[in-house]
Design a protein around this ligand. Structure first.
Ligand code: B12
Length: 216
């Protein structure tokens, strides 16, 4: 099977909610030694994106979204140890605290950013989803993080990104940590307007943006 055939099968497995197939293709990709960044971006992400469109068109409902989310998660679990191995081979580029802001349970995109940053040499502390703003600050402080990454998928929870930066400013911590924001409704204009140091549209560009921000 060609790489392209595998990518489209991966997308289809996510769209169909076929967890067994999503996992088996993930294992095959690992076995074949494919570039996992490519596999995720070209195989699985287009699947989740299509699911999003089907939901917006009213063709998919919550159960389908959840099943597709689980397929994505299961495939990522296959990749995790491999991505970790890649990370061990490189010197740490910096410490990152990441999470989805409070009130928001979407974590598929955040998990991707977290895994890919980790695979590319960052030390990542993933706080999960629906994370209280105070918890981000406490973790960044305790871990002496260089970068705080905030994911938001709802227009309402984007406000949490703004609030966190305000809290950092109030506590004179704004110059101590860099903040990078992202998530489907987030864009460069929003990032600039709230004073975020960085923004990236997807997990791969997040790696370049993080490298740029932490360049010493
Ligand atoms: C899957 C999904 C769900 C799943 C989430 C499963 C999970 N474990 O995450 C479930 C079914 C649980 C769900 C629930 C809800 N959802 Co929903 N969901 C989606 C959907 C279809 C896809 C999101 C996704 O995973 N995309 C795939 C990933 C790979 O993309 P991504 O998240 O954008 O991440 C990429 C980039 O944005 C970026 N990125 C992400 N985070 C970060 C962080 C940083 C720092 C950086 C640099 C980059 C970055 O990199 C990622 C990888 O490339 C979107 C539709 C859409 N078009 O986005 C709606 C969507 C986000 N959901 C929506 C809504 C309304 C809800 C609910 C409120 C529904 C309800 N009525 O209950 C609840 C939310 C409850 C809550 N409090 O959070 C709306 C939001 C509308 C709005 N404008 O606010 C959307 C846009 C759908 C719609 N058009 O109505 N949802």
């Amino acid at each position: 099977m060609s790489k392209e055939d595998m990518y489209s099968k991966m997308a289809k497995a996510v769209i169909d909610g076929d967890k067994e197939q999503a996992v088996s293709l993930a294992k095959e990709a690992v076995k074949k030694g494919l570039d996992l960044n490519d596999v995720i971006e070209k195989g699985y992400i287009p699947g989740v994106k299509r699911v999003g469109q089907l939901w917006e068109q009213g063709e998919y409902f919550l159960p389908e979204l959840i099943t597709s989310g689980e397929c994505m998660k299961a495939a990522m679990e296959v990749f995790q140890p491999e991505l970790k191995k890649a990370h061990i081979a490189v010197k740490s580029l910096g410490k990152v605290v990441i999470g989805t802001v409070e009130g928001d349970i979407h974590d598929i995109g955040k998990n991707l950013v977290s895994s890919i940053l980790s695979a590319n040499g960052f030390d990542v502390i993933d706080l999960g989803a629906d994370v209280k703003l105070e918890k981000f600050i406490a973790a960044a402080d305790k871990e002496k993080a260089d970068l705080i990454c905030l994911s938001a998928l709802l227009t309402t929870t984007m406000m949490g990104q703004k609030k966190l930066i305000e809290l950092l400013r109030e506590r004179k911590l704004y110059d101590r940590f860099k903040v990078m924001v992202g998530g489907a409704p987030v864009n460069r204009t929003w990032a600039d307007s709230i004073g975020a140091h960085g923004y990236a549209e997807n997990a791969l560009t997040a790696v370049d943006a993080a490298k740029q921000l932490l360049k010493k």
